[in-house]
Design a binder for this molecule. Sequence first.
Ligand code: ZN
Length: 98
Amino acid sequence: MVLICMVKSCINSKTTTREKKCSLFRVPKDLDRSKEWLMNCGREDLIFKSIVNLNKSYRVCMNHFKNNMFSNPEKTRLLISAVPTQFGNFNCCFIYSL
Ligand SMILES: [Zn+2]
């Protein structure tokens, strides 16, 4: 299974991020928070999918989270309250493609 970012405008929505050291995060199992993620990501089309399906199949990459939303310096873990808010400023993965 190829894991990609669900943000349509994101470069990681088209290619696998495995070689780019870019973390992908599962949609949270909490219903309210998962909706917030979908709305922020512009994926209202997914809002009627089950939470289990969303959590299993959909990811958001680290590019869309502010630095203060990670719980460790390696940026591999998110705070419980983290929501994706960054959509115009891709600074981790573009370094590799420039
Ligand atoms: Zn992304």
